[in-house]
Design a protein around this ligand. Structure first.
Ligand code: 2YC
Length: 271
């Protein structure tokens, strides 16, 4: 079960976007749009985001709508230079409204999946891949490259396992910890990824960490000067961990949505 955003976390997103973009530039050398291009692996001049029309459709299934979730998605997308709106209606009626309004891309999330569907291309971007790729790019930027470097991934769920494979593919020496060792075994059988026996010991031995786990991080185990690229929710750091970390890159939704929007738009890229 993926970690679910709460109303109060989402409420804070819209007003914080500009400040967080400045922070991201100082942390990684990239603003959120450049980071999204990097994560998708597309050069900015190969795609024109202006005029791309994006609809965010609220979905009431399962645990229902999260207040301001769709509005936050639309605002994050507008900051990338695309046009974005939230449909009046939810669910199927909302989807019909988006299509009638000529949306090129539709964002929708239930409690299991969060996708950005490119209508004409008939292809979609998935939040798990987009979040993994976005936070890998962030770590790569902050570390000035990952090739040949030791990187620890906490959590072998959908985001952590994709991130581990992406970084192994970049030549990083990846170690993964998950409380469920079977998840890591599946991963290490497929790749040259190593399995950590103990989270604390692994943290004490790494200064590059991608945290994609919902578990708290014990500051006593954090190595001084560690760079954390940390999509994990809820925010896992205690005061000691925040003091010892050189940098913590974290947001509840922004980077994942930005990568989804650029990746989904790239499906329509002119040849
Ligand atoms: O408001 C709505 O339309 C809701 N149906 C949205 C539910 C989103 C559930 N997913 C999550 O909270 C997490 C996010 C961190 C991104 C991916 N899953």
């Amino acid at each position: 079960m993926m970690t679910r955003l709460t109303d109060d976390i989402v409420e804070k997103i819209i007003g914080s976007l500009d400040g967080k973009n400045e922070a991201l530039i100082s942390q990684t050398g990239m603003g959120i749009l450049d980071l999204a291009y990097d994560a998708v692996g597309i050069a900015p001049d190969k795609i024109d985001l202006r005029g791309v029309k994006v609809a965010a459709v609220p979905v009431t299934s399962g645990l229902g709508v999260i207040k301001k979730f769709s509005e936050s998605v639309a605002e994050i997308v507008r900051k990338l230079g695309m046009e974005a709106f939230v449909t009046e209606s939810a669910d199927v009626t909302g989807l019909a409204e988006a299509l009638s309004a000529g949306a090129d891309i539709v964002f929708m999330a239930d409690d299991i999946k969060f996708i950005a569907l490119n209508i004409r291309a008939g292809r979609f971007s998935n939040n798990s891949f987009a979040t993994a790729a976005g936070y890998v790019s962030a770590l790569k930027g902050a570390a000035e490259g990952l090739a040949g470097k030791d990187v620890l991934v906490l959590g072998a769920g959908r985001v952590g396992s994709i991130a581990a494979e992406l970084m192994a593919g970049m030549g990083a020496c990846v170690t993964v910890y998950d409380i469920d060792e079977k998840k890591v075994k599946d991963l290490s059988d497929k790749t040259d990824i190593k399995r950590a026996e103990d989270a604390g010991a692994a943290l004490s031995a790494h200064t590059l960490v991608l945290n994609a786990s919902p578990a708290a991080i014990d500051g006593r185990c954090v190595k001084e000067g560690t760079i954390f690229s940390s999509p994990g929710l809820p925010f896992p750091f205690d005061g000691l961990g925040m003091k010892k970390a050189r940098m913590i890159i974290h947001d509840p939704l922004d980077i994942g949505v930005a990568v989804m929007a650029v990746q989904s738009a790239s499906f329509s890229r002119r040849p």
